[in-house]
Ligand binder design. Structure first.
Ligand code: SAH
Length: 363
């Protein structure tokens, strides 16, 4: 069953908008079923686990949605030490994961050489993919980190609308064109690239969200992570949400809209990796993970940041799993997977796209 006419842009735009506005339960069931079928037929029933470590919450940016923005002076700041990071990675490796994700604020204190050494050490010690998610960095750094063994880079476009992007990112350290350029540069350097958007940012109207989906389709990332915008009381957008939410065209920042976006993304980019993001699970603690996995997703990114630091990586409030140990994570994931007839995929879990690109390159 073809729910979308991908070859006809005008029709596709209309269909995407209709699905985003759909409320009829039986029609929505059709969308979930189709996203699940396409997921099953392309990437299969294996679920890839990526262990994430939030290595620093220092940030020079002033993003109007994010709680670790530079102007939140009350937040205790931390940067993990080399040995702490490597010890945490040993724990992720012992848990049988094939990927570690190093994430942080836009922290100039993360120096090129310090991170180069950490990446090279991980690659020497473990048979694991290394993903970086450190915001906007220079092409020279990206090239050195790639040479040291980094495999993937996650950089969300957050919004395809340049005006909205610039409104929510007032800092001179981040801009929309640079993000797109950086994604292109990463791909040329041989990284697998990840991107995505936030859903329900104040000012994100339906026509913008449709463009977000089409921009991601055109970009064809190897991973697409989308999460609902969760207002943080220490940010400017928290107030704007209250003011803007009655606008007729405002996209809601809720779980239903997030499930729809991920299901549509699966139909648009069948071969990509799609995680159930922690922001989604934060809004639906009971069922977020399970429902995400049967509505298009095939990746989970459990948080391995040492518990002492987790609350300080305060990008949005009431984040899930602030106290969860590696064992707790394991138990809850195993329960979730066995319920749904899915299983833990082994190995690094590169996207099918990336594997095809490698084959072409290697002849
Ligand atoms: N500094 C890096 C990593 C940012 S944190 C970067 O800019 O790429 C990772 C992600 O958390 C962001 O990309 C954003 O999509 C998400 N995030 C931050 N604040 C949020 C909020 N209030 N609600 C929902 N998601 C948020």
């Amino acid at each position: 069953m073809n729910l979308l006419n991908i070859g006809n842009r005008t029709l596709l735009r209309k269909q995407l908008r209709q699905w985003l506005l759909e409320t009829e339960p039986s029609r929505l069931k059709t969308l979930w079923r189709e996203a699940d079928r396409v997921r099953h037929d392309t990437v299969g029933d294996g679920v890839h686990l990526r262990g994430i470590i939030e290595i620093s919450n220092y940030c020079r940016c002033r993003c109007r949605y994010c709680g670790i923005n530079a102007e939140n002076f009350e937040l205790p700041r931390y940067r993990m030490q080399r040995e702490e990071i490597l010890k945490t990675i040993d724990c992720i490796a012992r848990s049988g994961y094939g990927t570690v994700v190093l994430q942080s604020g836009e922290d100039p204190g993360i120096s090129t050489s310090w991170l180069t050494d950490i990446i090279a050490t991980i690659k020497r010690r473990h048979d694991m993919a290394v993903t970086l998610s450190l915001g906007e960095r220079t092409p020279e750094e990206l090239s050195l980190w790639r040479d040291a063994g980094a495999d993937r880079y996650l950089l969300k476009i957050e919004s395809s609308d340049q005006d909205l992007f610039e409104h929510i990112h007032p800092s001179r350290y981040t801009n929309w064109l640079n993000r797109l350029q950086m994604l292109r540069c990463l791909r040329t350097l041989g990284y697998e690239i990840g991107s995505g958007i936030m859903i329900g940012i104040p000012g994100q109207h339906y026509d913008i969200l449709v463009n977000d989906l089409l921009t991601l389709y055109d970009l064809q990332p190897d991973m697409i992570g989308n999460g609902p915008f969760i207002p943080h009381p220490k940010t400017a957008l928290h107030q704007e949400l209250e003011r803007g939410k009655d606008h007729r065209n405002q996209v809601p920042n809720d779980t239903l809209m997030t499930y729809k976006v991920n299901a549509l993304m699966r139909l648009l980019c069948p071969e990509t990796n799609i995680p159930t993001t922690s922001a989604l699970v934060t809004l639906d603690r009971e069922n977020g993970r399970e429902l995400g996995l049967v509505r298009g997703a095939n990746v989970i990114m459990p948080n391995f940041t040492p518990i002492a630091y987790r609350a300080s990586y305060d990008i949005y409030p009431r984040r899930v799993c602030l106290q969860e140990t590696a064992e707790d994570i394991q138990r809850s994931i195993d329960a979730c997977l066995s319920q749904g007839g899915r299983f833990r995929a082994r190995g690094p879990g590169s996207s099918l796209h990336y594997q095809a690109r490698r084959k072409t390159l290697l002849g």
